[in-house]
Design a protein around this ligand. Structure first.
Ligand SMILES: NC(=O)c1ccc[n+]([C@@H]2O[C@H](COP(=O)([O-])OP(=O)(O)OC[C@H]3O[C@@H](n4cnc5c(N)ncnc54)[C@H](OP(=O)(O)O)[C@@H]3O)[C@@H](O)[C@H]2O)c1
Length: 303
C-alpha cells in the first residue's frame, strides 16, 4: 500500500491522478490527518501495511514563513520527523519533496547545484525544509529526498496562472530578470516519483528533479505570453508589454536565491529518466488549459 500525504496540494493532486491512472493501491490524506500530530498519524496507519509513503505536504508560503517561523518549522521539520518515524515503524520507503531554496543561490552561474553541494538557505522556508531533510537523514536510510523548484501545474496557485491573469488585466507586466531557475511541471515530477516506486528502487538518497533548461522569471513570463498568445489563451487584440525589473525593485518579505538551477544528472542516471525541456512541458500545460477553458477561467480568477 502507498500512503500519499498532501493530496490536496498542487503536486499531491497530480501524484494522485497518476496513482489512479496506474491503478496502484493507495491511501491519501491532507490537513485532516495533521502531520504535526504523531498520535493521529499512528492511528491513521494502524493495521495498514505500508510499502511507500509519498510526502507532498508542507508549509509552502515562502513570504509568510518569515513571520510564521514556528509554524513553518512545526510542519516542515517536526511534521517530517513524525512521518519518518511512521516510515520506520512500518518499514516503508519514504519519498519526500524538498526545494532548491536549501541553497543560497550564489553558485557560479554556469554551474548547476548537485546533491553534494553545500546547503545554506537564506530564508525561513528554506531553513525549515532543510531541517526536515535532516530529520529524515538522521532517522533512517530508506528515503528518497527529491529537491525540486519553480513548480506549476493545473491544480494550484502558481506563476503561470498569475501571469495569465495579469496579461488579461494589464497592459504592462513587470517581472524579475535576475533570479534564475528551472520551471517545472507537476506532471513531470509526479512521473519521476512514480518511476521510483515502479522500479521498487533501493537507491536511497537525495535527488534533484526539475524540467531541463534555465530561465529567469522574466524569460518564463515572456514564453508564457508568446505561447498563450499563439494558442489563443489571450485575446487577439490584447497586447501586453513585459518589462524586466531587478529583484530590488520587487521587494518581498523573504529573500530568494539568485541562481538555483539544479543538476539532474544523478536522478537521470539512477532511474533512466528522460526529462523534458521546461518550454516543451509548458506548451503541454497550456494546451491542456486551452482544452478546458472553463476550468482555466476559474483558476486564473484565484491567482
Ligand atoms: N511550489 C513550488 O514551487 C515548490 C518548489 C520547490 C519545492 N516545493 C515542495 O514541493 C512540495 C509540494 O508543493 P506544492 O506547491 O504542491 O504545495 P501545496 O500546494 O502548498 O500543498 C501542500 C499541501 O500540504 C497541506 N498541509 C499543510 N500543512 C499540513 C499538515 N500539518 N498536515 C497535513 N497536510 C498539510 C496543505 O494544506 P493547506 O493548503 O490547507 O495548508 C496542502 O494541501 C512541498 O513540500 C514544497 O515544499 C514546492
Amino acid at each position: 500500500m502507498i500512503w500519499l500525504i498532501g493530496n490536496k496540494g498542487m503536486l499531491g493532486q497530480e501524484v494522485e491522478e497518476l496513482l489512479k491512472r496506474k491503478r496502484l493501491s493507495y491511501l491519501a490524506s491532507d490537513k485532516e490527518v495533521d502531520i504535526t500530530n504523531y498520535p493521529i498519524l499512528q492511528e491513521w496507519t494502524k493495521n495498514i501495511e505500508l510499502a511507500w509513503i509519498i510526502n507532498c505536504s508542507g508549509y509552502t508560503d515562502v513570504d509568510k514563513a518569515e513571520k510564521e517561523i514556528e509554524k513553518a518549522f512545526l510542519i516542515n521539520r517536526d511534521g517530517v520527523r513524525n512521518i519518518s518515524k511512521i516510515a520506520i515503524e512500518k518499514q516503508a520507503k519514504l519519498i519526500h519533496i524538498s526545494t532548491d531554496y536549501v541553497f543560497n543561490g550564489k553558485k557560479d552561474t554556469h554551474l548547476s547545484y548537485t546533491e553534494d553541494d553545500k546547503t545554506e538557505p537564506i530564508n525561513i522556508y528554506g531553513k525549515s525544509k532543510l531541517a526536515g531533510e535532516r530529520e529524515i537523514k538522521e532517522n533512517f536510510k530508506k528515503y528518497f529526498i527529491i529537491r525540486t523548484a519553480w513548480l506549476y501545474g493545473a491544480k494550484g496557485n502558481n506563476f503561470v496562472y498569475t501571469m495569465l491573469r495579469l496579461f488579461k488585466e494589464r497592459d504592462v507586466v513587470k517581472v524579475v530578470e535576475d533570479q534564475w531557475g528551472s520551471p517545472t511541471y507537476t506532471v513531470d515530477l509526479a512521473g519521476a516519483i512514480l518511476k521510483i516506486i515502479e522500479d521498487d528502487s533501493v537507491s536511497y538518497g537525495i535527488y534533484h528533479f526539475t524540467n531541463e533548461g534555465v530561465a529567469s522569471w522574466y524569460e518564463f513570463a515572456r514564453i508564457i505570453y508568446k505561447k498563450a498568445k499563439r494558442l489563443g489563451l489571450i485575446e487577439d487584440n490584447k497586447e501586453v508589454e513585459i518589462q524586466p525589473i531587478k529583484t530590488e525593485d520587487y521587494p518581498t518579505a523573504a529573500r530568494r536565491p539568485g541562481y538555483s538551477v539544479l543538476s539532474k544528472d544523478k536522478i537521470k542516471r539512477e532511474f533512466d529518466l528522460k526529462i523534458r525541456d521546461w518550454d516543451k512541458a509548458l506548451e503541454d500545460f497550456l494546451i491542456s488549459l486551452k482544452e478546458n477553458r472553463e476550468y482555466l477561467e476559474s483558476r486564473v480568477e484565484k491567482c
